[in-house]
Design a protein around this ligand. Sequence first.
Ligand code: ZN
Length: 282
Amino acid sequence: MTDLSRKRVITAALCGSWPTKQMSPYLPTTPSELADAAYDCWKAGAAIVHVHVREADGSPSIRYELYEETINKIRAHKDCDVCINITSSGNVDGPDSERIDPIIKLKPELASYDAGTLNWQHRTVFSNPPAFLEKLGYALQEANVKPEIEIFDAGMVYNTHYYLKTGVLKAPCHYQFVLGCPGGMPSTVENLCFLKNILPEGSTWAGCGIGPGHLPMMMATIAMGGHLRVGLEDNLYMDRGVLAKSNAELVTRAKQILELNNLEAATPDEARQIYGLTRKVF
Ligand code: ZN
């Protein structure tokens, strides 16, 4: 068995629901652009791609056909064994079934599980009510899809303690801290330490900061032993005022920073071992 102690998983969050092509012309939004971005990120060192889909006009979508086309195009790269993570929050206003069904049908290795509701960027409600979280938790267990538990605020971690007791979630869990989103916890080292310290024992975790918190949270996460998430969903810039020209550019930099710290980017199969994922690429 490979020694995984020096390996860190890089997830590439390709486009999210909020950034637009007006904000960055480099944002992938069509199934072909997303699949090309996923392939390039895998070549650059990402083990996992986190996928949202968009309608032709760029608006966020949860349409099954768009997920299917995007995943098929990623898998059409026969040399690429990247792990796929589908969001359950591409659009939070539709019925629960629309958020859950594409995941159950496509059976990716991971799917996001946003463990509570919060006021999103002072604009809207990021709605993840109890009934939805219960349905999603059980549906993911049945489909053998690992929840990527996204945490924007501390109460969301405590929700998962409850769901572990009730069986909606099963240990060991994997957590993704996303800090710096208005309405959630700011990107500070103190917040990251607090969240890490309240995780159930045996959990794996990754950290990321939105926008200006991107690099500081990456450095803190590396120092604290966590895994990484980069990508245009969270951060459009390489430097102050300089747009990242691709998701792969952000992955390449994260891999270099790992190597500066005498660490290595995990391969997809190593990520499967570290996060406890069932391999679904054959
Ligand atoms: Zn996302």
